[in-house]
Design a protein around this ligand. Structure first.
Ligand code: SF4
Length: 339
């Protein structure tokens, strides 16, 4: 699409700000007024089967139907790996590993994820973005994940390198919706987008991002298109205020959506939380300064959303401070697991 710095066809991407501006400056996102109503594929997709909903086959997606569960996000760094034993015994159901988050250099996520699996033996989710990898490289990574038995992909368009002040060339050969579709073709049919048979059929569940801070009609459209492409669960943008996510999930439920949703919460020091809210375009949100009160609000939000929508869990980010998971774990156990 001419004019989009990420060459997105299925816009807007998650980088659109709540006011409709593009994350890369003051101009409006080219999709802020008009966006596709169906999935758009490019000419490289010669094999275009319909994607049907399938039975979940991971513990994470099965358990969230029954009870509140949580995922711990571990940015891949040497320090995080050194601290990884602090996670042993915590009540998370899966670990999630982002790919160069905020376009800042981290350790390669597929290798890091495999090391976590070997050390802790839990289910994993790996973020796959379109920023750094061509579709050939993405297919290669999905095959590697299948071979290693990694269970979930979180398919994202990704932050532009400029956001991380990187000089690296952006790739954006796909956008998140074409990536979801590609991953599902590979997993469901054992072929790629060209129709070529793969050497293995990766058994991987495919998730997508959800941004409750975007205008509701745009976010509902994006979510329905992601489901059409084959998304099997969603992870939200970090939430600093429960109202937008309640509104979005209520609307999605009314639209017939019932796949699992994991709500992104940040457990960090007060100034880090405020700075992050500002970076993602939600300055001034009414955020409690006391960490225990903040976590209590997060837990209440999960409980309320489970009543309102259904299969809802939490996706906890600590921006790499592994020790902060203990604070969340203690509160989570006492709120959801004490009886
Ligand atoms: S917000 Fe995303 S989709 Fe919209 S113009 Fe910017 S990069 Fe493209």
């Amino acid at each position: 699409m001419s004019g989009c710095p990420k060459r997105v066809l299925n816009g807007p991407c998650g980088g659109m700000k709540p006011d409709g501006s593009c994350e890369l400056g003051d101009r409006q996102c080219i999709f802020s007024e008009k966006y596709p109503s169906k999935v758009v594929l490019d000419h490289g997709f010669r094999f275009r089967p319909e994607i049907r909903r399938r039975q979940s086959f991971t513990k994470l997606l099965a358990e969230v139907e029954e009870r509140a569960v949580w995922i711990a996000e571990i940015p891949p760094s040497a320090k995080a790996f050194d601290d990884i034993e602090l996670l042993r015994g915590l009540s998370f159901t899966a670990l999630s590993v982002p790919e160069n988050p905020l376009a800042r250099l981290h350790i390669e996520p597929a290798v890091f994820t495999q090391l976590l699996k070997e050390r802790l033996g839990c289910e994993l989710m790996i973020h796959l973005t379109c920023r750094d990898l061509s579709r050939l490289a993405i297919k290669s990574r999905i095959l590697a994940m299948g071979l290693c038995g990694l269970e979930h992909i979180l398919a994202l368009t990704g932050d532009h390198p400029k956001l991380g002040r990187e000089e690296s060339a952006p790739v954006f050969d796909l956008d998140s919706i074409r990536l979801i579709y590609l991953a599902r073709i590979m997993s469901d049919y054992g072929v790629d987008e060209l129709g070529n048979k793969l050497q293995l059929k990766p058994r991987i569940q495919v998730g997508a991002g959800l941004n409750p801070y975007l205008p509701l009609d745009i976010e509902v459209s994006r979510t329905l298109r992601k489901l059409e492409a084959g998304a099997e669960f969603f992870v939200t943008q970090l939430i600093f205020d429960a109202e937008p996510v309640k509104r979005a999930l209520k609307k999605l439920r009314e639209s017939g959506v019932n796949v699992p949703v994991f709500i992104g919460f940040l457990v960090a020091e007060d100034e880090v939380i405020r700075k992050t809210a500002e970076i993602i375009g939600i300055p001034g949100a009414d955020i409690p300064r006391d960490p225990e009160k903040l976590i209590e609000e997060y837990l209440e939000t999960v409980e309320e959303l489970r009543r309102l929508y259904g299969p809802v869990g939490a996706f906890i980010s600590t921006l790499g401070r592994i020790g902060n998971f203990k604070l969340w774990d203690r509160a989570f156990r006492s709120y959801f697991m004490s009886s």
